[in-house]
Design a protein around this ligand. Structure first.
Ligand code: AMP
Ligand code: ZN
Length: 114
């Protein structure tokens, strides 16, 4: 999608620190981390947000959770706890309109929203 920062990262037109990549998704370091571990798990298909998930593309949610589990183990936050969240729409705080999940951990996050 033209002008989409995550599509540019997926197409290697913009740099990113990549933690995981396969044919369906990519996981990168957030450029402005809100926690010691802050990874964005992003489907390669340009889906705007979770409200555009239906029977045709819902498998990606399973894939995202599988990669989140794998990365949480790899980065040793799986036992202590982590947060896996997605913002859907402007009022929720979504700023990049290409579906992504934030994997956050490595600190006590208390009641922080992100
Ligand atoms: P959201 O507010 O849920 O849409 O989250 C968008 C996230 O993307 C924010 O946490 C940003 O810091 C992050 N972000 C924006 N541009 C980049 C980029 N070029 N590389 C990595 N992360 C980015
Ligand atoms: Zn995109």
């Amino acid at each position: 999608m033209d002008g989409c920062v995550f599509c540019k990262i997926i197409n290697k037109e913009l740099p990113a620190t990549v933690y995981y990549e396969d044919d369906k998704l990519i996981a990168i370091k957030d450029i402005n981390p809100a926690a010691p571990v802050h990874i964005l798990i992003i489907p390669k298909e340009h889906i705007i947000n979770v409200k555009d998930i239906d029977e045709s593309n819902e498998q990606i949610l399973v894939d995202i959770h599988r990669v989140a589990n794998k990365l949480a183990k790899q980065l040793e936050i799986d036992e202590k706890g982590y947060r896996l969240i997605t913002n859907c729409g402007k009022q929720a705080g979504q700023t990049v309109f290409h579906l992504h999940y934030h994997l956050l951990g490595g600190t006590d996050m208390g009641d922080k929203l992100l």
